[in-house]
Design a protein around this ligand. Sequence first.
Ligand code: PMP
Length: 297
Amino acid sequence: MYYNKKTTVFHDGQWMKAEDANANLFDQTLHYGTGVLDGLRAYKNTGGFNIFQAQTHFKRLQESARKMKLKFEYSVDELVNLAYELVERNQLENAYIRPLIYSGSNMRLEPTTETHFFMGAWKWAKFHGTEPLNVMVSSYVKPNPKALPIDAKVVGNYASSVMASSEAKQLGYDEALLLDHKGNVAEGPGSNFFYEKNEVLYTPKTGTILPGITRATIFQIAKETGTRVVETDISPADLETADYAFFCGTASEISPIVSVNGESLKGKSWEESASYNIHFIYQQKVLFSEYDGLTIV
Ligand code: PMP
């Protein structure tokens, strides 16, 4: 599903076939979740393809590594060029790109000086698409920000995401909405959350969420379109009066939510919402390179 015999990946400074790339069973990340990752998307455009916000994603990867005290010496420009080469080598256009920094062989609960870097890409089928989602407030909460850097993409943070998503699917919902440790609405398992009421957008403030790049792009589009965005504490009860809601993230873009815990949201048609307009503009934005010279033409 993620690779075949022809797939090339970048691993520890080398291009190699995915089937020849190996990790060690004693790698610390495998046992204790100490690695960091990111997720980018390449979009086919008229000039070839564009990796949306490539620099911002790789800056975040560097920051995530720093927060987890993982040695990582690639520059942002090197990483951007490697990502473009990866997509080209695999003859992909619409793709998901996964860089991962993982710590090497170490069974102690102590820092690991040996780190490894992997980057792979695969053809991207839409995650949620625009199918409206029925979500449930999960019984699993986001990890406490005092337990792990929650604003970094730490491998171990995703254990709670997988639990929440599995619970939601088992109970017949499409996705989970996680609260933070204080009981406020936080985010989806791998996406940020917004709701719309009287044409104003509300989203959880930073501190207990991953401040996503899509979230930041939505702020930018909202500013351009004159839509007000409020970053605030959101209680699950606030959602009862919401007109619309959506998840957003690199993988899923903007996914409308039609119900929370079986209660339908109040808005009439998603297409008439301010959120839909933002989604529409987002889909145009991702096609164009923000960085001259970095898009393959
Ligand atoms: N929250 C979590 C927990 C995530 O994993 C992601 C995906 N990276 C997001 C939010 C959305 O972030 P972005 O828009 O940068 O993809």
